[in-house]
Design a protein around this ligand. Structure first.
Ligand code: ADP
Ligand code: MG
Length: 570
């Protein structure tokens, strides 16, 4: 009973902070609401305490419709996380003493709707996983303040956020239906042999380089498909949606500088996730297995087969099993491609702005001056078609500077003052008219892709021994003594994904890394575990709720493991 909590708190009032440990436990608010205080922090500055609030579905009374299938469930959980977050800001008083005293927090959501662990909805209950800063003055328990949190703020926030009658049911329905349509389109792409879809009237540009919110104002030009590429898709909830379909194959995005090429590519690259209502990219939907590729000099590479792109290095360094502690621009880009292919990527996305130029192109004059034997790099232009033919992997790339790519393109889209045009015919004519003497250097086949087996001791020397893992930032995981730098892993969009990846690496080590299983297989097993048992499964703290994860893709998980500087593979 919840009265127990009150008397506990009164009893420890003014005592040392450690006395708070006594309130750990489950309490019943009555009316189908319970709170489980599962972890109590050691002092007011330490990471906050954790609690779950669970409301019986009979009381919460959400219509089945809103969480009936997996998609709707993910979307509703996202919606309620946002509601909860909003209501905390509205109701919680916040700072109530030393350190984190008074804090009530739930995982924060951005522009994407991701599978998360902050709210769980099923036919039996709704659960919110929150963080609490138990109040103290200095290091002394402030019972009255705690009582206000547990008996006023938390119940109020809970009532407002987790009871169907108190939320905007219409908006929740729209939220859920949008997500369902987005997934519908993504599934439809496969059937239609498309790799991406950009709906008419999408708003692609963002507010600024540091904001993911849509650009506003009368200068924004909404997206409009060229007639030749326009398709329509009949969605279950929104009806017919028209827009540009990009078929599988090799697609160039060309156009003058500042005409919106990178903005289009970036929207496509983020289109592997579903965006919230009002984002402007709601119906920019990309094949889930699309991976952004860029140069990343300085990164470490561990025994990657980069031989399709790099060969005959000075001193005969073996490139079918290439390692370095500090890759160059071109070798890092080659490794990024090979690692994505190793994981099963179906579409590669490249932007000239972030590519190594000697990796992208080697023109006829350079071929004359520097013979093939003297150049280790086979440029991407000579492999892109073979990659499609041998592996079925498509490419969408921004190329403003090299018409040589016209020869290999299936589709050429020109951005002209932010408006896309289909200039494929013209580009093909030009490529006929100015027939180059450039020699293809790609050989007969694309070449082999590695299937590397990570060695478990290189991840964490002692199995079962707890290692400190912490997502310091969206692109920075502290993993034991190592820092994993994910700055250039561009499709990681939420720190909660990063947090999940940190724990997934450890989970991989504990469960599936045996020195015989390939990286791809390991990660696929984990992804499978997650889809069977939920994202909670990766949490190392069984006693605490895992409320701060968001689902990462297998590509970003692999990217993190590949960037762990201690990684060794067989
Ligand atoms: P490019 O890659 O062709 O050089 P960018 O995609 O970087 O061009 O876009 C240049 C600028 O134009 C950016 O500041 C971007 O925000 C803005 N922009 C892009 N698309 C639009 C649009 N549809 N409407 C208005 N501004 C846009
Ligand atoms: Mg650009």
């Amino acid at each position: 009973k919840i009265d127990m909590l009150k008397s506990q708190l009164l009893r420890i009032d003014g005592k040392g902070y450690k006395a708070y440990k006594d309130i750990q436990g489950v309490y019943d608010y009555g009316n189908g609401v319970i709170i489980d205080i599962s972890y109590v922090q050691g002092d007011p500055f330490a990471s906050p305490s954790k609690a779950c609030i669970r409301v019986d579905q009979k009381i919460a009374d959400f219509p089945q419709y809103l969480y009936q299938n997996k998609y709707r469930k993910i979307a509703l959980e996202d919606f309620l996380s946002r509601e909860f977050y909003k209501n905390i800001n509205k109701i919680a008083k916040g700072n109530r003493g030393t350190g984190k005293s008074g804090l009530i927090a739930i995982n924060r959501c951005g522009q994407e709707v991701l599978e998360r662990t902050s709210i769980i909805v099923n036919s039996r209950y709704i659960e919110a996983r929150i963080a609490l800063g138990l109040p103290a003055r200095g290091r002394r328990v402030l019972a009255q303040q705690a009582i206000e949190m547990f008996f006023k703020e938390i119940p109020e926030i809970t009532m407002l956020s987790l009871l169907y009658k108190n939320i905007d049911g219409h908006k929740a329905k729209k939220w859920v239906e949008l997500y369902e349509d987005q997934e519908f389109i993504r599934n439809k792409l496969k059937e239609m042999k498309l790799v991406a879809f950009v709906a008419n009237d999408s708003i692609l540009p963002r507010e600024s380089g540091i904001s993911d919110k849509p650009m506003r104002g009368n200068k924004v030009i909404p997206f409009k498909s060229p007639p030749s590429l326009e398709i329509e898709i009949h969605t279950p909830n929104r009806g017919v949606i028209r827009g540009m379909g990009i078929p599988s194959g090799i697609t160039l995005i060309v156009g003058g500088g500042y005409h919106g090429k990178s903005t289009l590519l970036r929207a496509i690259e983020r289109g592997v996730y579903n965006h919230i209502m009002g984002d402007g990219r709601e119906f920019v939907i990309t094949c889930y297995d699309s991976v952004k590729i860029r140069a990343e000099d300085g990164r470490r590479i561990e025994k990657v087969n980069i031989s399709p792109f790099i060969n005959n290095l000075p001193f005969k360094k073996d490139t079918s099993c290439f390692s370095t502690d500090e890759a160059s621009g071109s070798t890092s880009q080659a490794a990024n491609i090979m690692e994505a292919l190793e994981m099963g990527a179906k579409v590669l996305l490249l932007d000239e702005d972030t590519s190594a130029s000697n990796f992208m192109i080697r023109d006829v004059r350079m071929q004359q001056l520097v013979s093939k034997e003297k150049e280790p790099i086979t440029p991407f232009i000579d492999k892109v078609k073979l990659m499609k033919r041998d592996l079925g992997v498509s490419t969408i790339m921004v190329v403003g500077g090299s018409g040589d790519y016209f020869d290999v393109a299936d589709l050429v889209i020109m951005m002209d003052e932010y408006k896309p045009k289909d200039v494929t015919q013209k580009a093909k004519e030009i490529s006929e008219r100015f027939k180059g003497q450039r020699k293809p250097e790609g050989g007969e086949n694309f070449g082999n892709i590695g299937d590397r087996i990570p060695l478990p001791e290189s991840i964490n020397p002692k199995k079962g021994k707890k290692i400190k893992i912490n997502a310091k930032d969206i692109d920075d995981i502290r993993f034991g003594w190592e820092d994993i730098d994910l700055t250039y892993v561009e499709q990681l969009v939420d720190i909660s994904q990063t947090r999940a990846i940190g724990d997934i690496i450890n989970y991989a080590r504990e469960h599936y890394m045996d020195g015989e299983t390939a990286l791809k297989e390991i990660i696929e097993r984990i992804v499978n575990d997650i889809s069977q048992k939920g994202l909670d499964v990766i949490s190392p703290f069984y006693e605490q709720h895992p409320g701060e994860y968001a689902l990462p893709r297998k590509y970003e998980i692999a990217a993190a493991i590949n960037r762990l500087r201690t990684l060794k593979v067989k």
